[in-house]
Write a protein that binds this ligand. Structure first.
Ligand code: PA5
Length: 358
């Protein structure tokens, strides 16, 4: 296994310096939360009875995070649409936020076009592309940021801007102080898990070594479900590794039975539980029982927590910081550049060539 305590060697694998973008999550959040204050939204945007966030992949997960944070308090439903078609209920009383890092993703653009036809209240979030052009030509409020990276590593911009928009229209009340406290915690965490900190004291490196050469199943309940999904996708895209996500309590009703085959399961999988002090207490009990069952079946597993986590917002982003670093260290262990996603590029290219059919 590669020695993670030789960061001077990382650039041979991380050829474009993706690590820097991973480390900049708090700076991105800070910048977007400030900049969104300058985006003007019409006053009638406060009159909405549902929120629909459009996006796929790295551009969808910020919406999942926001929904997780506001779901319990929200008086109106929040939907994330990862597809070409808008649900039939979208109308002029819907706030539709189209999110695409590149601004050129066909699913998001198609659904955004439908939202224009339905006269929904629209906002666009992007760095460029056709989404920016559409927003400008229809005079749709636009948050356009300038940050060159892979879409998934622009999470700070894509997440904090949605949060800021909902704050602006008074749908949520994220206090400036709570946000700043979270940013400080993330910066402190960054310094504990950076490459210069040796593996023996570095939780992200330790976890990467545990997960090396394993099919990883990430399990979480309640607010952490999107964080588990984020880690699964970061393992896929940064580490180029097979990974899946499960949620509680659902996994207790099916996943828990599938532990007998294939016969070499205990050598090939690792089950990682993300554990929150904000989890519904019955889900915490469920997690502990699952750990026991896995242990009896000799399936390697681990429960991960982050401290301190004074709020759901800070816990979600601290886990994300920890696990984004883990996905990077795993890319180093796998000796694969974390930046390129050639299979996604290939798919997009083939789809561009394929004719559109109704
Ligand atoms: O992480 C990635 O590169 C992908 O999941 C992209 O986010 C996805 O393909 C959508 O592209 P975009 O984020 O530019 O809309």
């Amino acid at each position: 296994m590669i020695d993670l305590d030789k960061p001077e060697e990382y650039s041979k694998i991380d050829q474009t310096g993706l690590l820097k973008d991973i480390q900049e999550l708090p700076l991105q959040c800070e910048q977007a939360f400030e900049e969104i204050k300058r985006v003007v939204l019409p006053s009638y945007y406060v009159k909405i009875n549902k929120i629909v966030i459009l996006g796929v992949g790295g551009s969808a997960i910020g919406g999942d995070f926001v929904r997780s944070i506001i779901e319990k308090e929200s008086k109106i439903p929040v939907f994330i649409v990862r597809d070409y078609h808008l649900p039939g209920f979208v109308d002029k009383d819907s706030l539709v936020i189209g999110v695409s890092y590149s601004g050129n993703t066909e699913e998001t653009l198609t659904a955004f076009g439908q939202a224009i036809s339905k006269r929904a209240k629209l906002v666009a979030i992007t760095s460029d592309g056709k989404l920016a052009k559409t927003a400008l030509s229809y005079k749709i409020p636009l948050y356009q940021f300038d940050y060159k990276t892979q879409p998934r590593q622009a999470l700070g911009f894509l997440f904090a801007s949605i949060l800021g928009i909902l704050n602006k229209i008074g749908h949520i009340d994220i206090k400036e102080d709570e946000f700043k406290e979270t940013i400080l915690l993330l910066k402190a965490l960054n310094s504990k898990i950076k490459p210069e900190i040796e593996a023996a004291k570095n939780q992200a490196k330790k976890l990467a070594k545990e997960l090396y050469n394993k099919i990883v199943v990430v399990v979480a309940a309640n607010y952490l479900k999107p964080v588990a999904l984020r880690f699964k996708t970061q393992l896929n895209e940064n580490s180029k590794q097979m990974a899946f996500q499960q949620e509680l309590p659902e996994a207790c009703h099916n996943f828990v039975v599938g532990l007998k085959a294939p016969t070499n399961l205990s050598e090939s999988v690792f089950i990682l539980f993300l554990s929150s002090k904000f989890d519904y207490p019955r889900n915490r009990i469920r997690q502990n029982i699952l750990l026991e069952i896995l242990d009896k079946n000799k399936i390697p597993s681990q429960q991960l927590t982050v401290e301190p986590a004074p709020s759901i917002l800070s816990e979600m982003l601290s886990f994300t910081t920890m696990l984004d670093h883990t996905s990077f260290y795993l890319a180093i262990l796998n000796q694969i550049d974390p930046q390129p996603v050639s299979n996604i590029d290939y798919l997009k290219k083939r789809l561009e060539e394929a004719p559109w059919q109704k």
